[in-house]
Ligand binder design. Structure first.
Ligand code: PGA
Length: 251
Protein backbone atom coordinates (compact mmCIF):
# COMPACT_ATOMS: atom_id res chain seq x y z
CA UNK A 1 0.00 0.00 0.00
CA UNK A 2 1.36 3.42 -0.96
CA UNK A 3 0.85 6.08 1.70
CA UNK A 4 -0.74 9.20 0.23
CA UNK A 5 1.40 12.33 0.26
CA UNK A 6 -0.17 15.79 0.22
CA UNK A 7 2.52 18.42 -0.33
CA UNK A 8 1.97 22.17 -0.35
CA UNK A 9 3.97 24.14 -2.89
CA UNK A 10 3.75 27.68 -1.55
CA UNK A 11 5.65 29.10 -4.53
CA UNK A 12 6.79 32.74 -4.11
CA UNK A 13 4.20 33.57 -1.45
CA UNK A 14 4.19 34.41 2.24
CA UNK A 15 5.67 36.67 4.88
CA UNK A 16 6.92 35.97 8.40
CA UNK A 17 3.46 36.66 9.76
CA UNK A 18 1.34 34.89 7.17
CA UNK A 19 3.52 31.79 7.27
CA UNK A 20 3.26 31.60 11.05
CA UNK A 21 -0.53 31.71 10.80
CA UNK A 22 -0.57 29.14 8.01
CA UNK A 23 1.63 26.60 9.80
CA UNK A 24 -0.20 27.06 13.08
CA UNK A 25 -3.55 26.67 11.36
CA UNK A 26 -2.54 23.43 9.70
CA UNK A 27 -0.96 22.03 12.87
CA UNK A 28 -4.13 22.79 14.82
CA UNK A 29 -6.25 20.63 12.51
CA UNK A 30 -3.73 17.91 11.79
CA UNK A 31 -5.45 15.28 13.94
CA UNK A 32 -8.23 15.07 11.36
CA UNK A 33 -5.75 13.88 8.72
CA UNK A 34 -5.36 10.21 9.52
CA UNK A 35 -3.74 8.63 6.50
CA UNK A 36 -1.76 11.06 4.36
CA UNK A 37 1.69 12.39 5.06
CA UNK A 38 1.52 16.19 4.86
CA UNK A 39 4.45 18.28 3.63
CA UNK A 40 5.10 21.98 3.23
CA UNK A 41 7.45 23.57 0.69
CA UNK A 42 8.05 27.24 1.57
CA UNK A 43 10.41 29.51 -0.30
CA UNK A 44 14.07 29.15 0.68
CA UNK A 45 14.21 32.13 3.03
CA UNK A 46 11.42 30.81 5.23
CA UNK A 47 12.68 27.22 5.46
CA UNK A 48 14.45 27.64 8.83
CA UNK A 49 11.40 29.36 10.32
CA UNK A 50 9.07 26.62 9.12
CA UNK A 51 11.53 23.90 10.18
CA UNK A 52 11.46 25.29 13.73
CA UNK A 53 7.68 25.48 13.73
CA UNK A 54 7.33 21.91 12.47
CA UNK A 55 9.60 20.42 15.10
CA UNK A 56 7.73 17.65 16.89
CA UNK A 57 4.92 17.58 14.32
CA UNK A 58 4.41 14.93 11.65
CA UNK A 59 4.45 17.47 8.81
CA UNK A 60 7.47 17.11 6.54
CA UNK A 61 9.51 19.95 5.13
CA UNK A 62 10.49 20.39 1.50
CA UNK A 63 12.11 23.00 -0.74
CA UNK A 64 10.85 24.17 -4.10
CA UNK A 65 14.07 23.87 -6.05
CA UNK A 66 17.76 23.07 -5.67
CA UNK A 67 20.99 23.50 -7.58
CA UNK A 68 22.77 20.47 -9.03
CA UNK A 69 26.20 21.38 -7.60
CA UNK A 70 27.43 20.61 -4.09
CA UNK A 71 28.97 24.04 -3.44
CA UNK A 72 30.96 26.76 -5.08
CA UNK A 73 30.64 29.83 -7.26
CA UNK A 74 26.91 29.78 -8.03
CA UNK A 75 25.64 33.15 -6.87
CA UNK A 76 22.05 33.03 -5.77
CA UNK A 77 21.75 29.25 -5.80
CA UNK A 78 21.07 26.75 -3.00
CA UNK A 79 22.94 23.45 -2.69
CA UNK A 80 21.25 20.14 -1.82
CA UNK A 81 23.38 19.71 1.32
CA UNK A 82 22.12 23.05 2.64
CA UNK A 83 18.58 21.72 2.42
CA UNK A 84 19.33 18.55 4.38
CA UNK A 85 21.32 20.67 6.83
CA UNK A 86 18.24 22.66 7.80
CA UNK A 87 15.93 19.66 7.94
CA UNK A 88 14.34 19.23 4.51
CA UNK A 89 13.13 15.78 3.53
CA UNK A 90 11.78 16.65 0.09
CA UNK A 91 12.71 18.91 -2.80
CA UNK A 92 10.59 19.71 -5.84
CA UNK A 93 12.57 19.38 -9.07
CA UNK A 94 11.51 20.26 -12.58
CA UNK A 95 8.38 22.21 -11.70
CA UNK A 96 6.86 23.52 -14.92
CA UNK A 97 7.45 27.11 -13.76
CA UNK A 98 11.18 26.33 -13.55
CA UNK A 99 11.07 24.67 -16.95
CA UNK A 100 9.01 27.33 -18.74
CA UNK A 101 9.84 30.65 -17.03
CA UNK A 102 13.51 29.91 -16.32
CA UNK A 103 14.21 27.70 -19.31
CA UNK A 104 15.41 24.70 -17.31
CA UNK A 105 15.94 21.66 -19.50
CA UNK A 106 15.17 17.99 -18.95
CA UNK A 107 18.93 17.43 -18.55
CA UNK A 108 19.37 20.12 -15.88
CA UNK A 109 16.31 18.76 -14.08
CA UNK A 110 17.78 15.26 -14.15
CA UNK A 111 21.06 16.60 -12.81
CA UNK A 112 19.21 18.31 -9.93
CA UNK A 113 17.37 15.06 -9.25
CA UNK A 114 20.69 13.22 -9.01
CA UNK A 115 22.26 15.83 -6.74
CA UNK A 116 19.23 15.85 -4.46
CA UNK A 117 19.33 12.08 -4.03
CA UNK A 118 23.06 12.13 -3.40
CA UNK A 119 22.46 14.55 -0.53
CA UNK A 120 19.75 12.32 0.95
CA UNK A 121 16.73 14.33 -0.18
CA UNK A 122 13.63 12.78 -1.71
CA UNK A 123 13.06 14.50 -5.05
CA UNK A 124 9.50 15.26 -6.10
CA UNK A 125 9.98 15.11 -9.87
CA UNK A 126 7.37 17.13 -11.78
CA UNK A 127 6.32 16.08 -15.26
CA UNK A 128 3.46 17.23 -17.44
CA UNK A 129 2.38 18.52 -20.80
CA UNK A 130 1.34 21.97 -21.99
CA UNK A 131 -2.10 22.60 -23.48
CA UNK A 132 -0.57 22.68 -26.94
CA UNK A 133 1.07 19.31 -26.39
CA UNK A 134 -2.19 17.81 -25.10
CA UNK A 135 -4.01 19.12 -28.15
CA UNK A 136 -1.35 17.56 -30.37
CA UNK A 137 -1.99 14.29 -28.56
CA UNK A 138 1.63 13.94 -27.44
CA UNK A 139 1.09 13.92 -23.66
CA UNK A 140 2.55 10.42 -23.34
CA UNK A 141 5.61 11.30 -25.40
CA UNK A 142 6.30 14.45 -23.34
CA UNK A 143 5.93 12.75 -19.98
CA UNK A 144 8.00 9.76 -21.17
CA UNK A 145 10.79 12.07 -22.38
CA UNK A 146 10.86 13.93 -19.05
CA UNK A 147 11.06 10.64 -17.12
CA UNK A 148 13.52 9.00 -19.48
CA UNK A 149 16.07 11.78 -19.04
CA UNK A 150 16.14 11.08 -15.31
CA UNK A 151 16.16 7.29 -15.75
CA UNK A 152 19.02 7.54 -18.28
CA UNK A 153 21.14 9.45 -15.76
CA UNK A 154 20.20 7.74 -12.51
CA UNK A 155 18.72 4.35 -13.43
CA UNK A 156 15.24 3.03 -12.80
CA UNK A 157 15.91 2.10 -9.15
CA UNK A 158 16.42 5.80 -8.35
CA UNK A 159 12.79 6.44 -9.23
CA UNK A 160 11.85 4.10 -6.41
CA UNK A 161 13.44 6.51 -3.92
CA UNK A 162 11.60 9.50 -5.36
CA UNK A 163 8.10 10.87 -5.80
CA UNK A 164 6.63 11.76 -9.18
CA UNK A 165 4.14 14.60 -9.60
CA UNK A 166 2.05 14.65 -12.74
CA UNK A 167 1.12 18.28 -13.28
CA UNK A 168 -0.57 19.13 -16.56
CA UNK A 169 0.72 22.65 -17.22
CA UNK A 170 -2.69 23.81 -18.41
CA UNK A 171 -4.18 22.94 -15.01
CA UNK A 172 -1.63 24.78 -12.84
CA UNK A 173 -3.02 27.89 -11.19
CA UNK A 174 -5.76 28.09 -13.80
CA UNK A 175 -8.67 26.65 -11.84
CA UNK A 176 -8.91 24.10 -14.66
CA UNK A 177 -8.39 20.66 -13.14
CA UNK A 178 -7.81 17.49 -15.12
CA UNK A 179 -10.82 15.24 -14.71
CA UNK A 180 -10.15 12.18 -12.54
CA UNK A 181 -10.20 10.03 -15.69
CA UNK A 182 -7.81 12.31 -17.57
CA UNK A 183 -5.40 12.32 -14.63
CA UNK A 184 -5.73 8.58 -13.99
CA UNK A 185 -4.97 7.85 -17.64
CA UNK A 186 -1.61 9.62 -17.42
CA UNK A 187 -0.82 8.23 -13.95
CA UNK A 188 -1.48 4.71 -15.24
CA UNK A 189 0.67 5.43 -18.28
CA UNK A 190 3.54 6.55 -16.02
CA UNK A 191 3.22 3.53 -13.75
CA UNK A 192 2.98 1.19 -16.73
CA UNK A 193 6.08 2.71 -18.27
CA UNK A 194 8.01 2.24 -15.02
CA UNK A 195 6.64 -1.31 -14.61
CA UNK A 196 8.11 -2.27 -17.97
CA UNK A 197 11.54 -1.50 -16.47
CA UNK A 198 11.02 -2.58 -12.85
CA UNK A 199 7.70 -3.74 -11.45
CA UNK A 200 8.76 -3.22 -7.81
CA UNK A 201 9.67 0.39 -8.44
CA UNK A 202 6.39 0.97 -10.28
CA UNK A 203 4.41 -0.55 -7.43
CA UNK A 204 6.25 1.47 -4.79
CA UNK A 205 6.54 4.96 -6.26
CA UNK A 206 3.98 7.57 -5.23
CA UNK A 207 2.57 9.50 -8.17
CA UNK A 208 0.95 12.77 -7.08
CA UNK A 209 -1.47 14.84 -9.12
CA UNK A 210 -1.00 18.61 -9.24
CA UNK A 211 -2.96 21.36 -10.93
CA UNK A 212 -5.79 23.27 -9.26
CA UNK A 213 -6.48 20.51 -6.73
CA UNK A 214 -8.85 21.85 -4.09
CA UNK A 215 -11.25 20.60 -1.39
CA UNK A 216 -14.00 20.28 -4.00
CA UNK A 217 -12.19 17.94 -6.39
CA UNK A 218 -9.58 16.22 -4.19
CA UNK A 219 -11.65 13.22 -3.09
CA UNK A 220 -12.53 12.06 -6.58
CA UNK A 221 -8.98 12.56 -7.83
CA UNK A 222 -7.49 10.74 -4.83
CA UNK A 223 -9.94 7.88 -5.29
CA UNK A 224 -8.31 6.92 -8.59
CA UNK A 225 -6.15 3.80 -8.47
CA UNK A 226 -2.87 5.42 -9.48
CA UNK A 227 -3.21 8.83 -7.82
CA UNK A 228 -1.27 8.71 -4.56
CA UNK A 229 -1.64 12.26 -3.33
CA UNK A 230 -1.36 15.82 -4.48
CA UNK A 231 1.07 18.65 -5.05
CA UNK A 232 -1.00 21.63 -4.06
CA UNK A 233 -0.31 25.25 -4.98
CA UNK A 234 -3.01 27.84 -4.29
CA UNK A 235 -5.07 25.71 -1.91
CA UNK A 236 -2.03 24.96 0.27
CA UNK A 237 -1.93 28.61 1.37
CA UNK A 238 -5.25 28.25 3.20
CA UNK A 239 -5.08 26.01 6.28
CA UNK A 240 -8.68 24.81 5.99
CA UNK A 241 -8.36 23.95 2.32
CA UNK A 242 -5.02 22.21 2.76
CA UNK A 243 -6.38 20.17 5.66
CA UNK A 244 -9.52 19.31 3.71
CA UNK A 245 -7.37 17.92 0.88
CA UNK A 246 -5.38 15.93 3.45
CA UNK A 247 -8.63 14.52 4.88
CA UNK A 248 -9.81 13.60 1.39
CA UNK A 249 -7.01 11.02 1.45
CA UNK A 250 -8.18 9.47 4.75
CA UNK A 251 -8.58 5.71 4.40
P1 PGA B 1 -2.01 24.95 -8.21
O1 PGA B 1 -0.43 24.66 -8.35
O2 PGA B 1 -2.55 23.97 -7.20
O3 PGA B 1 -2.10 26.38 -7.75
O4 PGA B 1 -2.61 24.74 -9.57
C1 PGA B 1 0.08 23.37 -8.32
C2 PGA B 1 1.57 23.40 -8.56
O5 PGA B 1 2.04 24.20 -9.37
O6 PGA B 1 2.32 22.61 -7.95
Amino acid sequence: MRQPLVAGNWKMNGSLDSIKALVEGVKAGLDSVTTAEMAMCPSFVYLPQVAAMLEGSSISLGAQDVNDQESGAHTGEVAPGMLTDIGCKYVIVGHSERRSIYGESDEFTASKFAAARKAGLVPILCVGETLEEREQDITGQVVARQLDTVIALEGISAIGDAVIAYEPVWAIGTGKTATPDQAQEVHAFIRGKLAALDSNVAERVQILYGGSMNPGNAAELLAMADIDGGLIGGASLKPDDFLAIGRAANA
